[in-house]
Design a protein around this ligand. Structure first.
Ligand SMILES: C[S@@+](CC[C@H](N)C(=O)[O-])C[C@H]1O[C@@H](n2cnc3c(N)ncnc32)[C@H](O)[C@@H]1O
Length: 174
């Protein structure tokens, strides 16, 4: 495949979910400071970088090889430490205090793969998904903790801004 044939690559943009997570962490640094944080589906690494700046020990996961390269470059450019994990962490034991997942519910198959794991992780970690209204975002088992209106690119969206809801996944029985 020629690189010019690619649809807009995930890692080349801050998606609305990542933007909202970054804003939320900037305004609430105590959420992540001193904690082990996973930025799941990190894309360009924006949320991971903001968490590192806030004093978190950050790992970033993305199944896209080019995204992982972009996260490393963006973290270096911002002079923060972000450990980039190889492969698919879905199914791994939860070893984080906080998991952030920006804009990851846009495909049915993908959501079916990741949502059960993210939900299981909510027993041990604070799991926050940032959803700009994607079709497969969970409608139950979550509680809205914040909302942000963020600017978006016309290269990605049919509008100039999007409302993003931050959803904390509930623990079983909560
Ligand atoms: C729409 S992008 C969002 C990127 C970033 N969170 C943001 O909001 O800017 C979704 C990302 O999830 C990644 N992804 C898809 N399946 C994944 C999986 N099983 N584990 C980790 N990342 C995954 C994609 O490669 C892509 O980079």
């Amino acid at each position: 495949m020629n690189i010019t044939d690619m649809s807009p690559p995930f890692w080349a943009f801050a998606w609305p979910g990542g933007e909202a997570l970054a804003l939320h962490v900037e305004q609430n640094p105590e959420l992540v400071a001193g904690k082990r944080v996973l930025d799941f589906g990190s894309g360009c690494g924006l949320a991971a970088i903001v968490c590192a700046r806030a004093g978190a020990a950050v790992q970033a996961a993305d199944t896209d090889r080019l995204a992982r390269a972009a996260i490393r470059l963006n973290a270096a450019a911002n002079e923060v430490d972000v450990e980039v994990l190889e492969g698919d962490v879905t199914g791994a034991d939860c070893r984080w205090d906080v998991i952030l997942a920006g804009d990851v519910f846009y495909e049915k198959t993908m959501t079916g793969h990741i949502l059960p794991w993210l939900t299981a992780c909510a027993t041990a970690a604070t799991v926050i998904a940032a959803d700009p209204g994607r079709a497969y975002a969970p409608r139950s088992g979550v509680t809205e903790i914040a909302r942000y209106v963020v600017p978006v690119s016309r290269e990605l969206e049919d509008r100039d801004e999007r409302l993003v809801r931050l959803l904390r996944l509930l623990r079983r029985g909560e």
